[in-house]
Design a protein around this ligand. Structure first.
Ligand code: PLP
Length: 311
């Protein structure tokens, strides 16, 4: 078992064994030199169940009976609710009042209690803290936890197992749980693999932080990529990003929408805006030259009907 201080690929391998009964091994779809890992087809419609399952399955049974608490704009909420339902425990989820309706409804359908808050004026961690005091439950954070990072990284583990010889990975970045788990296992399996992040121009907290050499906090960002509206990288994810991620690429709102269209028309895959951010970086010439086989993580596919019409 790994020490809490040193996050590594070993955490991801342990996670893969622990969560295997609860998740799908999602397919990989090739388009030219790009290999898309389809986490939009994962249970709950995003990779988030990997981290949520790894965290929740690690809670001792007696403690687990007091329930779990999460805060999320949607996909992590749904993932936590699915795992809680599977294990027969109560989930309380703190969600922003402007979260996509499809995500709120899907979470409610899983029997979770939803606590709504105003993203611009209220602090979701404070609200979650209050619920934890009331219930004695356990927090399932969306990204800043080694078990969450490790669970998320199992997507890259599967991709690298299924597609030998990748020379790079492109992963979208919100709080950085997904990319830090993916980078840790990828670099352990192949020390030469290059790991790139992709972030919306309008939510460039990690891009700024990497340049500044410290965690930068931005005002609540206005981007269509609702899963990437984090204000700063995590205390635990940022050092991993600093040491293992070569570069973060920024994409515009137009590029995100165009990537969604192309992935839908060409690959017949519906990805949500956050999930299209890595595809946008790959498709719109952000990557360095000379890469022959590139793994692109499509992180999720939960889209409101209204956005599909607007596409
Ligand atoms: C949560 C999420 C992300 C960002 O993951 P982080 O671990 O916060 O970086 C990206 N895409 C989708 C679809 C998500 O749900």
């Amino acid at each position: 078992m790994s020490e809490a201080g040193d996050f590594s690929g070993a955490w991801v391998r342990e996670a893969a064994v622990r969560i295997q009964p609860l998740i799908y091994r999602t397919p990989v779809v090739q388009w030219g030199r790009f290999f898309f890992k389809c986490e939009n087809l994962q249970r709950g419609g995003a990779f988030k169940i990997r981290g949520a399952a790894n965290r929740i399955l690690s809670i001792p049974k007696q403690q687990l009976e007091r329930g779990v608490v999460a805060f999320s704009s949607g996909n992590h909420a749904q993932a936590t609710a699915i795992v809680a339902e599977h294990l027969g425990v109560q989930a309380a989820i703190v969600m922003p009042s402007d979260a996509p309706r499809a995500k709120v409804e899907a979470t409610r359908e899983r029997g979770a209690r939803i606590i709504s808050y105003d993203r611009l004026t209220e602090d979701r961690e404070q609200i979650a803290g209050r619920i934890l005091e009331e219930t004695g439950g356990t927090l399932v954070p969306p990204y800043n936890h080694h078990l969450i990072m490790a669970g998320a990284g199992t997507a890259a583990l599967e991709l690298i197992e299924d597609v030998p010889g990748l020379d790079a990975l492109v992963v979208c970045v919100g709080g950085g749980g997904f990319i830090s788990g993916c980078a840790a296992i990828a670099r352990e399996m192949n020390p030469a693999i290059r790991v790139f992040g992709a972030e919306p121009e309008r939510a460039n907290d990690v891009w700024q932080s990497v340049r500044a050499g410290r965690r930068i906090t931005i005002p609540p960002p206005d981007t269509i990529a609702d899963g990437l509206r984090t204000l700063s990288p995590g205390v635990l994810t940022f050092p991993v990003i600093q040491s293992l991620v070569e570069e973060i690429f920024l994409v515009s709102e137009e590029e995100i929408l165009e990537a969604m269209r192309r992935v839908l028309y060409r690959l017949k895959l519906l990805v949500e805006p956050s999930g299209a951010v890595s595809a946008a970086a790959a498709l719109f010439g952000k990557l360095p030259g000379g890469l022959k086989k590139v793994g692109v993580l499509l992180s999720g596919g939960n889209v409101d009907a209204e956005l599909i019409r607007n596409l």
